[in-house]
Write a protein that binds this ligand. Structure first.
Ligand code: AMP
Length: 190
């Protein structure tokens, strides 16, 4: 099984690309943001814990997120591998992912980062906010908080995976199809 991590700032196109890649490579797509939103909508205990953080644009605490991710992986071992979208977002999450995958005889195969300029991304998120119904997409202060969280906590992961020779940058500007092809060129190497 392979385990691919899709990186990118909010608005970089992770979710859009994941929809294509999961079909192409028969992967279980795990979007931690989607799992949280599902739980909030269904008013589960997990949803109640996560909601206040998500609404402010802050990251949900590691312990909650890591437990949730492990459950998602353990319940979906029936495909050719995993496509993680929005996880890991902190060094602690990356370390927990490494240890957990090792415990089930897997490892992170590669991480691919969709790179794009911040101005383009903020404009995209505000546009998405008109239809996504996501409160965290509609308010510039919350969007700014999400970028601060990214720069402070998630950006260090680029170095973490680069040091393991597992980070691959991909130009995130272009048509959806062009970007899928760029990502596929990386994934096809494994
Ligand atoms: P996303 O849909 O990936 O943009 O995630 C939406 C929100 O869910 C984020 O702003 C965080 O509040 C929360 N979230 C998603 N994934 C994680 C994660 N790996 N760690 C902590 N919080 C997360």
């Amino acid at each position: 099984m392979i385990a691919i991590v899709l990186f990118g700032k909010p608005g970089a196109g992770k979710g859009t690309q994941a929809e294509f890649l999961k079909e192409k490579y028969n992967l279980t797509h795990i979007s931690t943001g989607d799992v949280f939103r599902f739980n909030i909508k269904n008013e589960t205990e997990l949803g109640k814990k996560a909601q206040e953080f998500i609404n402010k644009g802050e990251l949900v605490p590691d312990a909650i997120t890591i437990d949730m991710l492990k459950n998602e992986v353990a319940n979906n071992m029936d495909k050719a591998g995993f496509l993680f979208d929005g996880f890991p977002r902190t060094i602690a999450q990356a370390e927990a992912l490494d240890a957990f995958l090792q415990s089930i005889n897997l490892e992170v195969t590669a991480t691919v980062g969709l790179e794009a300029n911040d101005d383009i991304l903020v404009a995209r998120i505000l546009e998405r906010g008109k239809t996504s119904g996501r409160a965290d997409d509609q308010d510039e202060t919350k969007i700014r908080t999400r970028y601060e969280e990214y720069n402070e906590k998630t950006a260090p992961l680029i170095e973490y995976y680069t040091n393991k020779n597992k980070y691959h940058a991909v130009n995130g500007i272009g048509s959806i199809q062009e970007i899928t092809e760029r990502l596929s060129t990386v994934i096809d190497r494994f």
